[in-house]
Design a binder for this molecule. Structure first.
Ligand SMILES: *Cc1c(COP(=O)(O)O)cnc(C)c1O
Length: 381
């Protein structure tokens, strides 16, 4: 049992997950080539509306697979935000590439596209935007930077399953897009991910890379009579019992997004007073972006105030969380030459950001309790 009345996250059964797991087990086909893999990929094809989706063991592995498909060599550079999860950086480091961290925009906390030209060098091969909190980056500006320079765009859409930019699905707007189905994300199977591949020629390679670098998938389709090692690869497949669970979640796509968006709207409405009195800032969603309501946060006055607010909520058994120690300030990130003072917006917001609980089964009373607790801390209401 959780010691929290309202934990930060609570993964939920949404429908037929356990029934599908039983079907997967009874089908005697539980590997990555099982039927639920096919069914989930079909749902994703329809929901994303572009690109070819591949299921992976995690978003981390989807990013690693993307890095393999980008054919990076040691010394190649990848531009990414410092305000992100470590996997965005590790995936490229594993290929010998060097991360170049850029600052985020003060409004969306997404990669600041205006900083890209100055961050680019002749070795820049990839730009990796992260759709923070499920709010899309300015993909028009990022594409306009990358395309003419022959730089690949790898979207870290871990938090953005169901989010859109100008009506198009996040994760399908660049060359490659990685999604997460971790238990803290909008749709889950515990641990899981997907990689969306736009170019059909790269999708043909993705099938090989994901099967340990072999053409085993073609063998299963009867297109070759034995399978062989074709190129560098790894095992980037999702077990079918995980895909079965995930299908149970994805079947509830519209309901889950509608519920989360209504919870998100509840937070915005109830906490608006803090913005009016200048106590805290709420998320900003730009004109062309529609969020999946992955997470809701406040930017408060400073690190001490944040620690006191988190403790105030904790004492009332409500779990609030900070987010992201900037990568360029971490022991591993410091090795690439950037340090304190280099990315001022990232360094500022990472000390002031507080995430509130947001999960599918939250009731209006839960939202009210969280908000009243926060408002109480600020002497409101
Ligand atoms: C959750 C997350 C990941 C990692 O996802 P996993 O499925 O746990 O590997 C990567 N990047 C971002 C931005 C995330 O939020």
């Amino acid at each position: 049992m959780s010691r929290h009345l309202i934990p930060f996250n609570r993964p939920e059964l949404e429908g037929r997950e356990l029934f599908f797991i039983a079907q997967s087990v009874l089908s005697r086909s539980m590997s990555g080539s099982g039927t639920f893999n096919g069914r989930v990929r079909q749902v994703l094809r329809e929901r994303l509306g572009a690109g070819e989706p591949f299921l992976t063991p995690s978003c981390t592995s989807a990013l690693e697979m993307a890095a393999v498909l980008c054919d990076l060599s040691p010394g190649d550079e990848v531009i990414l935000p410092s305000f992100t999860f470590v996997s965005t950086a590790n995936a490229f480091l594993l290929r010998g590439a060097r991360p170049v961290f850029v600052d985020v925009r003060p409004d969306t906390l997404n990669m600041d596209e205006k900083l890209l030209p100055a961050a680019a060098t002749p070795r820049t091969r990839v730009v990796a935007p992260v759709h923070y909190a499920g709010v899309s980056c300015d993909m028009d500006a990022i594409s306009a930077f990358a395309r003419p320079r022959g730089i690949r765009v790898v979207e870290d859409a871990a938090q953005a399953v169901g989010s859109t930019w100008r009506g198009r699905a996040c994760g399908t707007l660049g060359d490659l897009g990685a999604f997460s189905f971790h238990e803290t994300k909008v749709f889950t199977c515990g641990e899981g991910g997907a990689l969306s591949v736009n170019d059909p020629a790269v999708a043909a390679r993705a099938e090989v890379v994901a099967e340990k670098g072999t053409d085993r998938t073609r063998f299963f389709r009867g297109e070759v009579d034995k399978y062989t090692w074709r190129e560098l690869g790894s095992s980037y497949l999702m077990a079918d019992i995980c895909a079965a669970f995930l299908l149970g979640q994805l079947e509830r796509w519209d309901e889950i997004l509608a519920r989360r968006r209504s919870i998100y709207a509840g937070f915005r409405e109830r906490l608006a007073a803090l913005e009016r009195t200048g106590k805290a800032r709420l998320p900003i969603v730009p004109e062309h972006a529609i969020t999946n309501a992955h997470l809701f946060f406040l930017l408060v006055g400073g690190p001490d105030e944040r620690a006191r607010l988190i403790a105030h909520a904790e004492a009332r058994r409500i779990q609030l969380c900070s987010h992201y120690v900037p990568l360029h300030l971490s022991p591993q990130g410091r090795k690439f030459g950037q340090g304190p003072g280099d990315l001022p917006v990232t360094e500022d917001v990472s000390q002031r950001l507080v995430r509130v609980p947001l999960y599918n089964s939250m009731t209006e009373a839960d939202v009210a309790l969280v908000c009243d607790t926060i408002l109480g801390f600020y002497g409101h209401g």
